[in-house]
Design a protein around this ligand. Structure first.
Ligand code: PLP
Length: 420
């Protein structure tokens, strides 16, 4: 390890570079949260900074780290591909792309079959929206209030938090929003001019909102009645996070188009994709370059995705998420009972869990308290009253117990601070 002096210099220099060359606001925010430390290495659910301090990762890279940091099978697959051909020539067939696309078709519900591969969730959403327009010849899109679909112009238009949208108006036209979970409101908004309804099966960034049972199935019926397409955004919920391989499977619903990213890269590389039924995809055939991406579907990314999809299934991570999630949720509900007036509600499914506090200041202080205790955590992007617990699915029960103990201490400390 570096000397104490060298480590201090490294920390200060990195912070100064953030201030000058990255974003001073972000540097200040991290400092405020006690996270102006420099990450160094990671394994599984653990992260170490350059000073050798250990952190338990309960944010999981906003859900990208379902397989944990440096999953050995994904790292090995990427290393193998790195030694062979990381980037494509672009005008030949790519074996990793073919294999990843075939496996995605095999594991996704319904007759989702043809996919386009990209580099992020927002790009997957953009592609899905474009495909819906193309396939239907319609332009209207219905989305949910408080939804999060990424921060590109199309994704932002589908999203539902004004603070992120207002500075960039006008966005893409003809998007409308209805309350999430209200099937009747959706029915009223969707008509013969609607190209698509885009929904997260469980809203993540809105504060982890699980809709009433039957909601997604009703959305499916609503779309079918008028010939609109159902886009299910599984960027955050996909690949085991909620206790099923895909969260729409909880309702037995198969969408026309599904978007994926985050966990698809196995926690090693950025990978996104949207996949659609052959019927919807037909419009992409006459001009296969109508939608394209230089880096999308590159062999390195696809080797990571392929290894990730295999590992999620081989290690039965959806089942693990369901079991560990039920345990944590039960423990948190008891904790909420011990802290009325501080914890307002606990909700979620699998290892996508939200703890809603009575006020956003309480959430901020609790998160800071967790960080002080070596737990990495954050709030949901569209709802700062909610602490998200979204650890790698490979986390152990003992590690989760450490999180629960630290959380209760942080909650008690915050309540005492604000009460006193
Ligand atoms: N869709 C959903 C449901 C998400 O949760 C996110 C990110 O949190 C996105 C899209 C955007 O993904 P990315 O940040 O990779 O662009």
């Amino acid at each position: 390890m570096l000397s104490a002096e060298a480590r201090t210099k490294l920390r200060e220099d990195t912070y100064a570079a953030y201030q000058q060359y990255v974003n001073g606001g972000l540097a200040a925010l991290l400092k405020f949260m006690g996270l102006d430390v420099v990450e160094d290495h990671a394994q599984g659910a653990l992260v170490w900074d350059v000073d050798g301090n250990e952190y338990l990762d309960c944010l999981g890279g906003y859900g990208a780290l379902s397989l944990g940091h440096r999953h050995p099978a994904v790292v090995a697959a990427v290393q193998e591909q790195l030694g062979r051909m990381p980037m494509p020539a672009k005008i030949m067939l790519s074996r990793p792309l073919a294999e990843a696309a075939r496996m995605l078709a095999e594991i996704t519900p319904g007759d989702l079959q043809c996919s386009f591969w990209c580099n992020s969730g927002a790009e997957a959403v953009e592609g899905a929206l474009k495909l819906a327009r193309l396939a239907t010849g319609r332009t209207r899109v219905v989305a949910a209030l408080n939804a999060f679909h990424g921060k590109t112009m199309g994704g932002l238009s589908a999203s539902g938090r004004e603070v992120f949208k207002a500075p960039f108006l006008p966005l893409v036209p003809e998007f409308s929003h209805v309350p999430f979970g209200d099937a009747a409101a959706l029915e009223r908004m969707v008509d013969e001019q609607t190209a698509a309804v885009i929904l997260e099966p469980i809203q993540g960034e809105a504060g982890v909102i699980v809709p009433p049972a039957g909601y997604l199935a009703r959305a499916r019926e609503t779309c079918d009645r008028v010939g609109a397409l159902l886009i299910v955004d599984e960027v955050q919920t996909g690949l085991g996070r909620t206790g099923r391989l895909f969260a729409c499977e909880w309702e037995g619903v198969a969408p026309d188009i599904m978007t994926l990213a985050k966990a698809l890269g196995g926690g090693v590389l950025p990978v996104g994709a949207f996949i659609a039924t052959p019927k919807v995809w037909e419009v992409m055939l006459p001009n296969p370059l109508l939608h394209s991406s230089t880096f999308g579907g590159n062999p390195l990314a696809c080797s990571a995705a392929l290894a990730a999809m295999r590992a999620v299934q081989e290690e039965k991570l959806p089942q693990r998420a369901a079991e560990l999630g039920a345990y944590v949720l039960g423990q948190l509900q008891e904790m909420a009972g011990r802290h009325p007036g501080t914890i307002a509600e606990v909700r979620g499914r699998g290892l996508l869990i939200g703890v809603r506090f009575e006020h956003e200041d309480i959430a901020g202080l609790v998160i800071a308290g967790l960080v002080q205790r070596g737990i990495l955590a954050a709030y949901t992007l569209n709802n700062p009253t909610v602490l998200r617990l979204e650890p790698p699915l490979v986390i152990t029960r003992e590690q989760l117990d450490r999180v629960l103990i630290a959380l209760e201490e942080a909650v008690a400390q915050t309540a005492a601070l604000l009460g006193g």
